[in-house]
Every structure is written in C-alpha cells, then in structure tokens.
Design a protein. Structure first.
Length: 79
C-alpha cells in the first residue's frame, strides 16, 4: 500500500501538517487500464508490446517516496 502526499493544510488551522494523504492499494492500480501507456521492449531477444504506468508514492516502511512501476505483460501483471 502506498500513499499520495497530503494536501496542504488550510491556513489558520492548528496542528501539524499531515504527511500521508489518500491510500493507494497497489493491486487496484491495474483496474485503470486507461492510465497505462503501451511501449515495446525486447525481452529475451523477442520484441514484446507491454503496458506500463509509474507512480511516485509515499511508502510507509521507509517514510519516503518510492517510484512504483506497474506493467502488464504476456507473462502477467508486474509491479
């Protein structure tokens, strides 16, 4: 599970700025095929057309940003 960055805190609101925003279940990213772009790559000497999408999300175990790359290939879903 990753997180989008938190939106800015409204002015005049007391307290600390939130660090984590909306949750993103990584497996659910594959439910939005219109966000993927089709590219061709060479895998084991064979040219294959795959669909890829990347998201930069906050990852809680390291409390920092991680670039997640999602791919739909002939072998299945990868992230």
């Amino acid at each position: 599970m990753g997180y989008f960055p938190a939106p800015p805190k409204p002015a005049g609101r007391p307290g600390r700025q939130a660090f984590y925003g909306e949750k993103v279940h990584l497996q659910e990213c594959f439910d939005y095929p219109d966000l993927f772009e089709t590219v061709s790559c060479q895998v084991y000497g064979k040219t294959e057309s795959i669909q890829v999408m990347s998201l930069t999300l906050l990852w809680r175990p390291i409390a920092d940003y991680v670039l997640f790359v999602f791919a739909v290939t002939s072998k299945g879903l990868l992230f």
